[in-house]
Design a protein around this ligand. Structure first.
Ligand code: ADP
Ligand code: MG
Length: 395
């Protein structure tokens, strides 16, 4: 690596981009930005591994904007991401970056929004399309989106997207781009699927990896709690009450368990609402706004539906049952890198009752005699649990 880059001025960016960055309040590139921007601007394929919250959107967004030709009316860059929330977030950040480039057009294409509105956006010949895989394929099938002149394809949250079963879709999308398209992958982890796609679609890719450290590392206490199937709800509400949490997210892995859990909490008289894939987009937005504004205290959601929301205090993962010890360790790692857990929340939290953020993984013991994984506590072990809650309360 050559000299370390510490300011945006060293990156050879155009004046409007520098101005936009200034307006966004960004004074210096984050490490992943400093490393990836020159590589992408040189046209290399890239695999960038960096934890959540390290500024990956601008890391690919800046080079996309720098390299595009506003006079060309074809789609030049496509950003594929796993969820509509992320899709909207990315499009918004790109629009901010392009604030002083009135000639640049960006379209967000995602499932759940009426197709008509997106047709209008696509008819305006966007330079950059940010999309979820299914809806993009839909438009490609209708010939309302043509990728034959795409210069750069970005897969954001590549590991997550492939893990969610989008691998075929992603392949079909990449197959529709020219063979020499620059393929760029951003991911928090480099999974087997990510490697497969890299192997198939990238050429001499540059690999960049940024570790979570210091300020990068989310300030979140994390612990695991072994409970039993029938006592999980009780153990969960006990923690919520004892810790006096007022903004809690609970993740469950299926729509049915989300609905059930929501019902049960409601019956206990708690203010609760839920999010899952069957809830229409307009209503989802309402639920999310309600949660952000503190209109109810507990949000139960499937992991996927809840992407992009930032709980202030507490996040509880109720989804791992019947898991092996390795699964548990993986689940803890997954949770740690979830964007809604990992975002820093100090500022948004000034009026919160308590600015404490913690996450709990809950799990039922598959066999009563199964060993408790290291670092996990058993809900049945009252002393250990009290001690843990006590230390969290003091944190
Ligand atoms: P990631 O995709 O790695 O999870 P994001 O791109 O969503 O991270 O960025 C996380 C947050 O950091 C966002 O709020 C973003 O606006 C902000 N951010 C990005 N780049 C910078 C920078 N250079 N300086 C300050 N804040 C930044
Ligand atoms: Mg991101």
């Amino acid at each position: 690596m050559t000299k370390e880059i510490t300011s945006f001025d060293e990156l050879d960016l155009r004046e409007p981009t520098l101005k936009a960055l200034q307006r966004m309040g960004f004074t210096a590139p984050t490490p992943i930005q400093a490393q990836t921007i020159p590589v992408m601007m040189d046209g290399h394929d890239l695999i960038a591994k960096a934890p959540t919250g390290t500024g990956k959107t601008c890391a690919f967004g800046i080079p996309l904007l720098e390299c595009l030709d506003p006079d060309c009316t074809d789609i030049q860059a496509v950003v594929v991401c796993p969820t509509r929330e992320l899709c909207l977030q990315i499009a918004e950040e790109l629009r901010q970056l392009a604030a002083f480039r009135p000639d640049v057009r960006i379209a967000a294409i995602y499932g759940g929004q009426p197709i008509g509105k997106q047709l209008t956006a696509l008819k305006k010949n966007p330079h950059i399309v940010v999309a979820t895989p299914g809806r993009l394929l839909d438009h490609m099938g209708r010939r309302t989106a043509w990728l034959g002149n795409v210069y750069t394809a970005v897969l954001d949250e590549a590991d997550e997207m492939l893990k969610m079963g989008f691998i075929k879709d992603v392949r079909r999308i990449l197959n529709a781009t020219p063979a020499d398209t620059q393929v760029v992958m951003f991911s928090a982890t480099i999974s087997r699927d990510v490697m497969d796609v890299a192997w198939e679609y990238q050429h001499n890719a540059v690999e960049i990896s940024v570790a979570a450290e210091g300020d990068n590392r989310p300030q979140i206490d994390q612990y695991g709690l072994m409970s039993s199937g029938s006592r999980r709800l009780e153990d969960m509400t006990r923690i919520i009450d004892q810790m006096d949490y007022h903004r809690v997210m609970v993740f469950a892995n299926m729509k049915t368990s989300v609905r059930q859990l929501c019902d049960r909490l409601h019956k206990q008289g708690r203010s609760v609402d839920c999010l899952h894939g069957d809830i229409p987009q307009s209503q989802r937005n309402q639920v999310m706004t309600g949660f952000r504004e503190g209109k109810f205290e507990i949000l139960v959601a499937t992991d996927v539906a809840a992407r992009g929301i930032e709980p202030d205090q507490f996040c509880l993962n109720e989804s791992c049952h019947n898991m092996t010890r390795d699964d548990l360790i993986q689940a803890t790692a997954d949770l740690e890198r979830n964007p809604h857990v990992a975002q820093h929340g100090e500022n948004q939290c000034s009026d919160c009752h308590k600015a404490h953020r913690a996450s709990v993984n809950m799990c039922s013991q598959c066999h009563n005699d199964a060993p408790i994984p290291e670092g996990w506590i058993s809900a049945a072990d009252n002393t250990a649990l009290e001690k843990e809650l006590d230390s969290l309360n003091k944190a």
